[in-house]
Design a protein around this ligand. Structure first.
Ligand SMILES: NC(=O)C1=CN([C@@H]2O[C@H](COP(=O)(O)OP(=O)(O)OC[C@H]3O[C@@H](n4cnc5c(N)ncnc54)[C@H](O)[C@@H]3O)[C@@H](O)[C@H]2O)C=CC1
Ligand SMILES: O=C(O)CCC(=O)C(=O)O
Length: 450
């Protein structure tokens, strides 16, 4: 559609050098042709033009003192992308690769993801190019306090509610919350992913990983299949990957791989997920240390990965579950997966598949669960945390889990019904893009030109 092609060119021209943002926008816009053709109200009201322009973009200096007394400076970001459906909502990422393009792509995806949950949530993302690796606990605390010293003026329990993402877990959220409270004198639900002692929801830590397993189960259920005995290739060994592996094991799937920034672990008979969780969460150890207990497993360091590829995707498996970071499945990886007979991909990380890899999956009819649908269980549980904080309640883990399962089932049903309405019920990427867009667009139309 010429209108959408022009829109994409405008986005590229007015946001130069923001490759990840261009990629995320292009993936969504190419799906929207059928809904825009069906109803010209969206075009008349410049919905797409407004949707690709964040409502507010905040960039700030984060100065902090390291343990040697030296002043360090990082760059902080908060992209308040859309408040059409509710307060801005989305995580904070602390990683050296964070830049404007990365937080904008994440914010844009978050708008549509949050819409898919059916909950009253706008979309945002933020973070800093700070590398938590190798920093002491005091350095992490000073960095978090400095970050919040600027961020606090932009957020609020009914304005913008940040949470965690790569490099930001309960510890960081605790420090951020402490500084927010100190500055504002308010103890409220301004952040989610808090430790439970500070008002965090039970199961928020597990929710993204568990939610992906529930979404994948729904994908298989629709094919009269199940996870039992399925051989799964997982990447990452962080928050999302660990709890996804835990739930997959409970569903009797076999976990063949996981990885971190240093290498990949593989075991043909299946990995011992409890040990990996213990090593990563309790000991902060490297994946290589797994071999001390299970010498029959293999460890492949990054230096031995295929050129332009990630080792995980070069093993034989039934289902690929990328849970590390964006663009971690390259064209070469996608071809290897297809050649090895992998027919199902379910995205845990945000936008883990490059555009070229996506095209290969489409060409070979790979059944793909897109990240904005599959990993929405984390943000949905964050909304449960907001609801508990606002009503001064504490829900039991079982209550949260039941609600999480229901949300993931609803998302799958919404996405596959939309895909069916516009093309084929297996094109869940198209279904997710259109269903998310429709909900945000309808909310925008009701608010006039804002
Ligand atoms: N934490 C959450 O609730 C949610 C996270 N996500 C997404 O899931 C993915 C993983 O996030 P978390 O597990 O929370 O983070 P984490 O910080 O707990 O773990 C990240 C994992 O990915 C690996 N990793 C990160 N960047 C990498 C890189 N550039 N190259 C190689 N490996 C890399 C790390 O070694 C680690 O194993 C991210 O894409 C994040 O945006 C999506 C929805 C919610
Ligand atoms: O829990 C949240 O608010 C955000 C989770 C997140 O950052 C994501 O869904 O990518």
């Amino acid at each position: 559609m010429q209108y959408l092609e022009n829109m994409l060119q405008t986005v590229k021209d007015s946001n130069p050098h923001e490759q990840e943002f261009h990629q995320a926008v292009e993936e969504v816009l190419t799906s929207l042709t059928p809904i825009l053709k069906e109803n010209d109200v969206y075009q008349h009201n410049a919905i797409v033009e407004r949707l690709v322009e964040p409502e507010r973009q905040i960039m700030f200096r984060v100065p902090w003192l390291d343990d040697k007394g030296n002043v360090q400076v990082n760059r902080g970001f908060r992209i308040e992308f859309s408040s059409s459906l509710g307060p801005y909502k989305g995580g904070l990422r602390f990683h050296p690769s964070v830049n404007l393009s990365v937080v904008k792509f994440l914010g844009f995806e978050q708008v549509l993801k949050n819409a898919l949950t059916g909950l009253p949530l706008g979309g945002a993302k933020g973070g800093a190019d700070f590398d938590p690796k190798g920093k002491s606990d005091h350095e992490i605390m000073r960095f978090c306090h400095s970050f919040m010293t600027e961020l606090y003026r932009h957020i609020g329990a009914q304005t913008d509610v940040p949470a965690g993402d790569i490099g930001v877990g309960e510890r960081e959220i605790g420090y951020l919350f402490g500084q927010y409270k100190r500055i504002t004198n308010q103890y409220n639900g301004v952040l989610t992913g808090k430790p439970t002692l500070l008002g965090g929801s039970s199961l928020r830590v597990e929710a993204t990983g568990y939610g992906i397993a529930y979404f994948l189960s729904a994908m298989l259920d629709a094919k009269n299949d199940s996870l039992k005995g399925k051989r799964c290739l997982v990447s990452g060994a962080g928050n999302v990957a660990l709890y996804l592996m835990e739930k997959l094991s409970q569903f009797d799937a076999i976990i063949l791989t996981c990885s971190d920034s240093k290498g990949t672990l593989y075991c043909e008979d299946g990995l011992d997920v409890e040990l990996i969780k213990h090593l990563k969460k309790e000991q902060g150890a490297a994946l290589r240390d797994y071999l001390n207990e299970h010498p029959q497993a293999e460890y492949i360091p990054v230096s031995q990965y295929p050129k332009d590829g990630h080792q995980v995707w070069h093993f034989n498996g039934d289902i690929a579950l990328p849970c590390a970071t964006q663009n971690e499945i390259t064209k070469k990886d996608a071809q290897a997966l297809v050649d090895n007979g992998c027919k199902i991909v379910c995205e845990g990380a945000n936008m883990p598949t490059t555009a070229e890899a996506h095209a290969i999956f489409q060409k070979h009819d790979v059944y793909l669960g897109p990240s904005k649908a599959a990993n929405a269980g984390g943000v949905a549980t964050s909304q449960f945390e907001m609801a508990q904080n606002a009503s001064l309640q504490t829900w039991r883990p079982q209550q949260v889990d039941e609600k999480l399962q229901q949300v993931m089932k609803n998302i799958f049903d919404r996405v596959s019904a939309t895909a069916k309405r516009y093309s084929s019920e297996d094109d869940l990427s198209l279904g997710a893009n259109i269903a998310g867009f429709e909900r945000v667009a309808q909310a925008m139309l009701k608010q006039g030109v804002v």
